[in-house]
Design a protein around this ligand. Structure first.
Ligand SMILES: NC(=O)c1ccc[n+]([C@@H]2O[C@H](COP(=O)([O-])OP(=O)(O)OC[C@H]3O[C@@H](n4cnc5c(N)ncnc54)[C@H](O)[C@@H]3O)[C@@H](O)[C@H]2O)c1
Length: 443
């Protein structure tokens, strides 16, 4: 099949590459010239494990190419994916300007005789498929309603394991009532659901809401566990034990029960907010979402009062090592990263920071180049630091050289926002160690 993917970011590049991998001919289009130039010359633009190999192979085989021209990308394509940004607007609702702008452009390019399926892969509020359809028809030129269908096909991939998630999805949700579009999408996704995971067909609105419901539910689960961790700290219980105790109940499940310093990234924060805004718009008081946003905002800086208290209430002039910048491991994505909230809070208190992240440094420099020091490795970050703060659970931080940490830090003190180390081990090593929802180890 011939496919165009509009928007070549984290979702678009993975989508385009994975569809090329199953033999389709894919053209990805982006307005960012630098991005298109890089990709066209065989340079990958994001860090995503396993993606580069597929990207290079499919580009070499001529199944995957890149352009800045929407018209070139769609001229032969029967399927057009929209993988465009849907950032929060000023009021917190999803801003549809990218999606509707492209819809307007498409309306001018579509030909009455040349059927195409236009697929929203972006996370968009309920009713967007209809708005895209109207924008295409209202663009005032060629498009007629029988020449295209607009389908909602939300994406559930997780950065860090995006290729696996895309190639072997738990499910594929497809919102359309068009039999023609159903048949095309059924064929397109057949190689990805061979193991029997379902293609779930539904109406457009339900598909759009499914994506928000999934992300909001996961945000609730994380925030609930973060509140349980707070209770553990107040009551002297151990959140690891509570987590194991409830996670073995099949109705609850083991995943997404790890407490930490809040959720971040380009999806959960904006999607929870956008769903809350959608609820407001229809006059529904969605109480849980307000609570989740409140809990998460506090959780991101939960370590700060602990750090201040340890240093006698004042951290002006103190210097901190920070391990982890990306919003989660195995990605270079730093959008809404909890680490940034910690950096901002430390700087506001007059402290300085030396940070290290395996993949998130370049993106962090875009915002913090002059504000913090960037170390070349995790141990260099510790030099002259009064304490170590851990913000992202990269595997390479899990079993560090503790002798080196002891020898380099000014005081053997770790504030761990991701509960990477065992309490007993920290006691044995003589660190002062504070984590989330667990006993404070007083070194
Ligand atoms: N990142 C994720 O993990 C993830 C997962 C599931 C769903 N989503 C959703 O998918 C959508 C895209 O997310 P993302 O993380 O890939 O965003 P992104 O910012 O990484 O990529 C978007 C791309 O679109 C390009 N673009 C903007 N306007 C354009 C235009 N007019 N024509 C062509 N290209 C244009 C940008 O240059 C950018 O490269 C969002 O709605 C997001 O909520 C993201």
């Amino acid at each position: 099949m011939k496919i165009a993917v509009v928007g070549t970011g984290y979702v678009g590049l993975v989508t385009g590459t994975c569809f090329a991998e199953t033999g389709n001919k894919v053209i990805c289009v982006d307005i960012d010239k630098a991005k298109v130039d890089k990709l066209s010359s065989g340079e990958i633009t994001i860090y995503e494990p396993g993606l580069e190999k597929l990207f290079l192979r499919n580009q070499k085989e001529g199944r995957l190419s890149f352009t800045q021209s929407l018209s070139d990308a769609i001229v032969d394509a029967e399927i057009i994916f929209l993988a465009l940004p849907t950032p929060p607007g000023a009021d917190g609702a999803a801003d549809l300007k990218y999606i509707l702008g492209v819809a307007d452009d498409l309306g001018k390019l579509l030909k009455p005789t040349d059927y195409k399926v236009i697929i929203d892969k972006s996370t968009v509020p309920v009713g967007t498929a209809n708005k895209v359809k109207e924008a295409i028809l209202n663009s005032g030129t060629n498009a007629i309603a029988t020449a295209f269908d607009v389908v909602s096909n939300p994406e559930f991939l997780r950065e860090g394991v995006a290729v696996d998630d895309f190639m072997k999805p738990d499910r594929v949700v497809i919102g359309t009532e068009s039999d023609k579009a159903k048949k095309i999408l059924n064929d397109l996704y057949a190689p990805f659901v061979r193991q029997g995971n379902p293609l779930i067909f539904m109406d457009e609105k339900s598909a759009e809401l499914t994506k928000y419901a999934a992300n909001a539910f996961l945000a609730v689960k994380i925030s609930f566990m973060n509140e349980i961790a707070q209770m553990c700290e107040c009551l002297g219980a151990d959140v690891d034990m509570v987590r194991k105790g409830i996670g073995s109940d099949e109705r609850i499940g083991k995943r997404f029960l790890f407490p930490g310093i809040g959720y971040g990234g380009s999806c959960f924060p904006k999607d929870v907010q956008a769903l809350a805004m959608s609820a407001d718009e229809v006059g529904y008081d969605f109480k849980i979402l307000d609570a989740v946003m409140d809990v998460n905002a506090k959780q991101k800086v939960h370590l700060i009062p602990k750090i201040k208290a340890f240093f006698g209430g004042d951290i002006e002039g103190k210097h901190f090592a920070l391990w982890g910048l990306s919003f989660k491991p195995n990605t270079d994505d730093v959008r809404e990263a909890p680490a940034f909230y910690i950096i901002d809070a430390l700087i506001a208190e007059g402290a300085t920071v030396s940070a290290f992240d395996p993949e998130g440094m370049a993106n962090t420099k875009l915002n913090y180049e002059d504000k913090i020091n960037f170390a070349t490795n995790q141990y260099e970050a510790l030099v002259n630091a009064d304490a170590l703060i851990i913000a992202t659970e990269w595997n390479e931080f899990r079993t560090p050289d503790f002798d080196k940490i002891s020898a380099t830090l000014k005081t053997k003190t770790i504030f761990d926002g991701r509960n990477l180390f065992e309490i007993g081990q920290m006691e044995k090593l003589g660190f002062h160690y504070q984590s989330i929802g667990r006993k404070v180890v007083k070194g």
